[in-house]
Structures are given as C-alpha cells and as structure tokens.
Design a protein around this ligand. Structure first.
Ligand SMILES: Cc1cc2nc3c(=O)[nH]c(=O)nc-3n(C[C@H](O)[C@H](O)[C@H](O)COP(=O)(O)OP(=O)(O)OC[C@H]3O[C@@H](n4cnc5c(N)ncnc54)[C@H](O)[C@@H]3O)c2cc1C
Ligand code: SF4
Length: 488
C-alpha cells in the first residue's frame, strides 16, 4: 500500500488544468495541459489509494486493470514497473487514459465518502511517461505458429485482438475500409480529445511486432467475406456499430440535416490537413445538436472551433441530477449531470426538448427546428406535449442519437453468420459466431459501447482464436460475451 494515511492527509481530487477556453478554441489540440512526471499532486493522488482488500475499481473496469498496484508504484516513483503492470491488462492505456468515462472511478471505495482516486489521470501519466522514456518497445514473438488471422476493422477491438494474436505468434493482417487505421478513434473522436499521433505511435509498435495493415479495403466489396475466410485460418469481425440511429420526422431530407459521423469524419479529415470539397461546416451557422452523449459533445466542440454563430444541444429527457441519486448508489455507474470539456467551451443545453419537425426554406435548406416540451406518460414513454410547439433557428442540424448496430448485409449474405434479434453479430460466450473460425469483438457484437469494452472484447476474442487454432491458450480473457450471448 502506498501511504496508509494518504487518503486522510489528502481528501480532495486534483487534476491537471485544461488549457484556457479562448486559447484552445483556436486550435484542434488536446484540451489538457501536458503533464510532467513526478508532479507532486499526481503522486499525492496515487497516495490516496487505500489498496482495498476488495478493490471495487477492478470490478468497475472491464479490463480488470490492476489499479491499486500501479497506484502504489507511481507513489514510490517506480514508473517502469507501473507501465509493466498497466500493460499487463490493457494494450492501449493512452486511449482509455484519455477518453474512457472511467467506471473504475465511480466504483472506487474512496468514493463512498470522499472524491475517488484520480485513476484515469494516473493511468495516462504512466503511459505517456513510458513512451517518453522509450519503454514501449515492440514485443516480437519468439516463434511463429504458421497460422494466419484476418482482423476486419481497425478500431480498438480489432487493434487489441491483432496485437494479442501477433504476440502469440500468428500472422495477422488488419483490414480497414477507411484510408487510415484507427476506427472511430481516427475519424470519430476529434483531436481535442485524442490527438492522432497517439494512434500512430502505437501502430508503429504493432508494425514492428509484425502486424500487417491493409487500409482502403472494404471487406464484402473489394474482397468477399467468404474469400477472406477461405484464405485465412481464422477471421475476427471487428467492424463496429456504424449504422446511425435516425430521426425520421417531417423535413429530415432538407439540406443541412446530417447524422453526426458524416460531419465528424470530414472535420477530422480537415484537422489532418486534407481539403474536403463541400465540407459540412458550422462556420457562421446556428447549430442544433440532437442528443447528448460523447458524440453530441464532440459535435459541440467541433462546431465551436469552426466558428458557429450558436450551438444548442437538445435532450429529450430531464436534466440529470448533479449528485449520485439514491437509486443509483455506489458502486454503480450513475447518470449524473456532467460538463464535458466541450460544454465547458460554450453552447446551450435544452432539456425536455422533443423534436417535432425540421422546417426549411423555399430552396430546401433547413432554417428552423420545431420543438415541443417532452411529456412523460404513465407507461414511462416520452411524447411531445400538444400546444407547446416552438421554433428555434437551425442552419445545421446534427443528429447524434447513437448507432442502431453493425452493417451486416454483405457479411450475412457472403458468410452466413447468424444475427441476434437486435441485428448484432451473434456469438457464444467465447466470441465465436455461428460460422466456424469466425469470431466477433467490439461494437459489432456488443452494440454501441465504449473504447474500454472494445479493448476488453478484442483481448478476449484473441484468446478464443488462439485456443481455436492451437487447442489451448495462455492469452488472458478479461470478459465473456455473456451480455450478448448467441440468440439465433
Ligand atoms: C463521435 C464518437 C465519440 C466517442 N467518444 C467516446 C469516448 O469519449 N469514450 C469512449 O469510451 N467511447 C467513445 N465512443 C465509442 C467508441 O468510439 C466505440 O465504442 C469504439 O470505437 C468501438 O470500437 P470497435 O473497434 O468495436 O469499432 P470501431 O471503432 O467503430 O471500428 C470499426 C472499424 O471497422 C471498419 N469497417 C467496418 N466495416 C468494414 C468492412 N466491411 N471492411 C473493412 N473495414 C470495415 C470501420 O471503417 C471502422 O474503422 C465514441 C463514439 C463516437 C462515434
Ligand atoms: S477502490 Fe479506489 S481506493 Fe480502493 S484500491 Fe481501487 S483505486 Fe484504490
């Protein structure tokens, strides 16, 4: 244990400051200040960890991160040991340490009567320090198995599966239809949350380990799913849940109404220095974002940086409480009112706002959004209250209502995999689909979720693939697929 009295001596949370809003709105760089190793407050925060007999932070984290161990090592200044412990359960702490909502912190035991340990910040400091000092070296397998694996999709699930399988000695190729590797980390999440050099430096390590990358190949179109299965000894489907949930209301087809990913993908390309003809931009426009969540928040930060005239986020439900409500006690992950870095930067938030219609001008461009106040009905359903309609100005409307599931038409036609009744790729407890040798990990099998779950599932699916190819495995499997078990 770091400091037996640490949590009594330091009773508050301390985090590095964000860059000032007027400064960071001028660029796309990370909103956080760069941290230096050994900063006193970081060590003090690590020293607040009580090394609990039953560390609930482990339970909260799908990866089972060894949090008390690396808290202790940071407090002692043993950073090289800390990164070894962190990498033991997490392939990409530089991603989770930046953008994970940190369910470990809401389940931290200290959170019962004090603010929890700043686990996520300690995590990102360990990995940044390790990269800085050159401790993140390629782990080249000593022996090749002679087996080949195709991973389709290069988001966190595909990358985690690929790294585990490459290190186990298999020859792995990652297929990605986009022109760059990274999945939603590359073209969904903006740079101000995750600068892309973090992905590139991890890809350099993976390339040196032997993973092969094939960007610009859409499986099902450029090469058939059945052809891929025939060519490789095993296939991992990690294609994400990319079908947007739509808002089919009058006026949906007007110019200026877009789903979030059409907008964010282009903004990320431009941030990369590309020229995107007819880019969807918020510059000078009244922007309305329908739906909160990570995607909505990312649209707000992007629109503000593009120079929007105004940005309003609409939520159909009530404003969540500021404090953990009684019916969501510790150690659950509660729904509470949060101010992400993007909302800190500006924009308005409107609750109990039901969209009724998109209203356009004679040229077919959206100009207003018709809203009504949400009414909660007896059965809990939500509906617009008659007589409360009002119009708000809207030149750009971004629909951020989440994702319905994966694109599966070609996959099921060409390979015959079974889908669940929710349209996800069905799998058993070990991530195996109904087609022998084909596995699924991440949002494609789980539905829209989080980066930490994608990495956990990628690791677990890799263990299942290794066992399928070799008869047994020593790879860790942090999770089972029990949440979306096979339902034919
Ligand atoms: C805007 C946005 C912000 C988010 N912010 C956060 C956040 O802050 N924190 C968090 O934890 N989570 C966040 N998420 C969710 C998180 O990004 C996803 O849960 C995670 O990326 C899922 O990983 P995945 O590997 O399953 O799929 P993805 O990351 O979606 O990757 C799937 C990849 O497969 C490729 N692909 C699909 N079909 C084919 C094919 N046929 N052939 C070849 N390639 C194919 C796609 O192009 C894509 O690159 C966010 C999501 C969005 C959209
Ligand atoms: S629950 Fe909190 S205090 Fe306990 S071991 Fe985990 S991080 Fe430390």
């Amino acid at each position: 244990m770091a400091d037996p009295r640490g949590f009594l001596k330091v009773r508050h949370r301390e985090l590095p400051p964000n860059r000032p809003v007027p400064v960071r709105l001028q660029d796309w760089r990370d909103v956080h200040e760069q941290l230096q190793e050994g900063q006193a407050f970081l060590v003090a925060q690590a020293g607040r960890c009580m090394d609990c007999g039953i560390p609930f932070c482990h339970n909260g984290c799908p990866l089972g991160n060894l949090i008390p161990e690396w808290n202790d090592l940071v407090w002692r200044g043993q950073w090289a040991d800390a990164i070894e412990r962190l990498h033991a359960t997490n392939n990409f702490p530089e991603f989770t340490g930046r953008i994970c909502p940190a369910p470990c912190e809401t389940s931290c035991v200290l959170g019962i009567n004090q603010p929890p340990v700043t686990i996520k910040n300690i995590e990102v400091s360990i990995i940044d320090e390790a990269f800085e000092r050159g401790w993140v070296a390629p782990q080249v397998p000593q022996r090749l198995s002679g087996h080949t694996v195709a991973v389709v999709g290069s988001g966190p699930a595909g990358l985690a599966a690929a790294q585990q399988l490459t290190r186990a000695g298999h020859t792995v190729a990652v297929y990605e239809r986009d022109d760059a590797i990274g999945g939603l980390l590359r073209y969904g999440v903006p740079d101000f949350k995750l600068e892309k050099h973090h992905i590139d430096r991890r890809l350099a390590q993976m390339t040196a380990e032997g993973t092969r990358f094939r960007p610009g190949v859409a499986v099902g179109v450029d090469v058939s799913w059945s052809g891929l299965r025939a060519r490789y000894d095993a296939v991992v489907v990690a294609t994400g849940a990319t079908v947007p949930r739509e808002l089919r209301l009058p006026g949906r087809d007007l110019d200026g109404v877009h789903v979030a990913m059409d907008y964010l993908h282009q903004a990320n390309e431009v941030a990369k220095g590309r020229d995107v003809p007819d880019q969807i931009t918020a510059a000078g426009k009244h922007v309305v974002v329908i739906g909160g969540g990570d995607t909505g928040s990312d649209c707000v930060g992007t629109a503000l940086r593009q120079g929007a005239a105004s940005v309003t986020t609409l939520a159909i439900g009530r404003r969540p409480p500021e404090e953990r409500p009684a019916d969501q006690p510790w150690p659950t992950d509660p729904v509470v009112f949060e101010v992400s870095s993007s909302y800190e930067e500006g924009g308005e938030r409107d609750y109990l706002a039901s969209t009724v219609a998109f209203v356009g001008d004679d040229e077919g461009r959206v100009r207003h959004l018709r809203l009504a106040t949400t009414e909660y009905q007896v059965d809990g359903r939500r509906a617009p209250t008659p007589g409360t309609e009002r119009d708000v100005p809207a030149d750009l409307v971004l629909v951020c209502m989440g994702f319905a599931g994966p694109e599966t038409d070609l996959l099921s036609q060409q390979l015959g995999v079974t889908l669940t009744d929710r349209g996800l790729v069905a799998r058993d407890e070990t991530f195996a689909t109904t087609v022998p040798g084909v596995f699924v990990a991440g949002d494609a099998g789980r539905g829209q979720s989080l980066v930490v779950w994608a990495i956990a599932e990628g690791r677990a699916a890799a263990a299942a693939v290794d066992a399928f190819l070799m008869g047994s495995t020593e790879l860790p499997a942090p999770v089972t697929a029990s949440t979306t078990a096979l339902r034919a």
